[in-house]
Design a protein around this ligand. Structure first.
Ligand code: HEM
Length: 455
């Protein structure tokens, strides 16, 4: 049995590697925390030992790990052909059995269309003034406090915006309650899946239960009290549910809401916090970024008028900073796919049914691709055409499943940075150190004191 575990049956040559010990495989080493932004030691050691494509076993599942840009790109771009989007059962437990990631075909396209109507180009354009007003208000408030914890504070700010978009109101207390349900979510999402009290995974599941109850109650309330002028996602969902022959069900809509709330506030707040940490660490980069934003104000007729879409689009250096942050943040330490058919790649066989784990950090932090990969250097993106998805940049995924929220997240980050660097300076108080297991965390938060700039 042990021999069979270690030498899985295969109609060709499997990539080298080790399946670890029976049942557990190499799970424990995979989840071992580390405290820097380099490639995860688990991956780094195995790439040295076996090469860029290797086999392993995680949580009882045989996995082929992809750390090479060509193979990773190939896998992400074969959606529905050789590979399909797939996540472990633990993900499905957390995000719901009918969440977007587990859906395929017609229903997937239908939901994607729904999301694009929420966060697409026209919608983002309309949201810009509101996002700016919200950010200004919050920054003003934070500057009156002795210190703020950036990750939490930016998460609340973003959650308010998303809940407004989805549920139509600035929910105040309910937004705070919803945030609590998602607390420590990234922690539990890619964690050892043991569902007993005290574990990160258990907290994650409890959070989901509470969040889903809140969302369900809110949807029910809207059913009972429909609004005269439908304008938010709940109205849209109810309209769709009432259509004859609709593929949408209440459960699918709620799972979708849950994914969107999670995806929008956890990811962007982590990125923003890390970006501000990088700016604090390198005053020359902060200076160049500030100059870009001060020039926007100088070139305006009325310095107090709000940001325009054209101004937003002109923030070249800001976008370079955002991309560089995404490269180093590696918020998605792994992207999972399942092989649909036996697939040959460079002499190896990827057996049908096996999981392929694409590791974007291994590409983003490869010194052969990015010189001095651990250095925050936004200028490396100067003139780069491939800033969303390419063989060497997959912070937002790639292929058909490319992140739908990328531009929404970039908009929120750019507007935040604009208001921050033009009106405020900040002092670090404490924290800012990272921990990864392998999802990013700030174990001690990142506390700063904001001060208004003198004019
Ligand atoms: C820094 C911010 C973000 C990062 C790094 C990020 C990263 C990613 C990645 C890597 C994927 C691909 C997953 C896969 O291929 O399996 C993805 C998919 C997705 N993201 Fe994001 N994301 C971010 C922000 C957002 C936001 C703000 C939203 C929502 C408004 C969002 C919604 C989604 C959705 C719905 C998918 C699934 C797409 C599909 O299956 O077709 N993301 N994201």
């Amino acid at each position: 049995w042990v021999y069979k575990w270690r030498n899985p049956k295969c109609r060709g040559k499997l990539p080298p590697g080790s399946m670890g010990i029976p049942l557990l495989g190499e799970t424990i080493s995979f989840f071992k925390p580390y405290t820097n932004s380099d490639i995860q030691p688990f991956i780094k050691e195995r790439v040295v030992k076996y090469g860029p494509i290797f086999e392993t076993s995680l949580v009882g599942i045989p996995v082929i790990v992809a750390t090479d840009p060509d193979f990773s790109y190939f896998v992400l771009n074969q959606e529905g052909q050789c590979f399909k989007n797939w996540y472990p059962d633990t993900f499905t437990e957390i995000f719901g059995k009918q969440n977007l990631a587990t859906l395929h075909g017609f229903l997937y396209k239908y939901l994607k269309h729904m999301i694009l109507s929420l966060f697409g180009h026209e919608s983002r354009k309309k949201m810009l003034p509101e996002i700016e007003q919200n950010v200004c208000k919050k920054l003003e408030l934070w500057s009156t406090q002795n210190s703020i914890e950036l990750k939490d504070s930016t998460a609340s700010l973003i959650l308010d915006r998303t809940t407004k978009k989805l549920m139509g109101h600035s929910p105040g207390n309910s937004s705070e309650n919803l945030k609590e349900c998602f607390a420590a979510f990234i922690d539990g999402l890619i964690s050892f899946p043991i569902n007993i009290p005290g574990t990160a995974y258990h907290k994650c599941l409890k959070g989901r239960e509470r969040a889903m109850k809140m969302l369900r109650d809110m949807l029910q309330e809207r059913y009972e009290k429909p609004r005269e002028n439908p304008s938010d996602f709940f109205d849209y969902v109810i309209e769709e549910l009432n259509k004859e022959g609709t593929p949408l069900t209440e459960e699918i809509a709620l799972d979708l809401m849950f994914v969107l709330v999670f995806a929008s506030f956890e990811t962007t707040s982590f990125s923003l916090t890390l970006a501000i940490k990088f700016l604090s660490d390198d005053p020359s980069i902060l200076k160049r970024l500030t100059e870009e934003h001060e020039a926007i104000l100088r070139n305006r007729e009325d310095a107090d008028s709000g940001l325009t879409w054209k101004e937003y689009k002109s923030m070249t250096y800001t976008f370079q900073c955002i991309n560089e942050t995404a490269r180093l943040a590696n918020l998605a330490p792994a992207i999972f796919r399942k092989a649909l058919v036996d697939t040959q790649y460079e002499g190896y066989l990827i057996p049908a049914g096996w999981t392929v784990m694409v590791c974007p950090p291994a590409i983003h932090l490869n010194p052969e691709i990015y010189e001095d990969p651990l250095v925050f250097n936004p200028s490396r993106w100067e003139g780069s055409k491939y800033t969303n998805a390419s063989k060497t940049f997959m912070a937002f995924g790639g292929g058909m499943r490319f992140c739908i929220g990328t531009d929404f997240s970039k908009l929120q980050m750019a507007v935040f940075l604009h208001s921050l660097v033009t009106k405020y300076r900040w002092e670090e108080i404490s924290g800012g150190n990272v921990r990864r297991s392998p999802g990013l965390q700030f174990p001690n938060g990142y506390h700063v004191k904001l001060k208004k700039k003198e004019v």
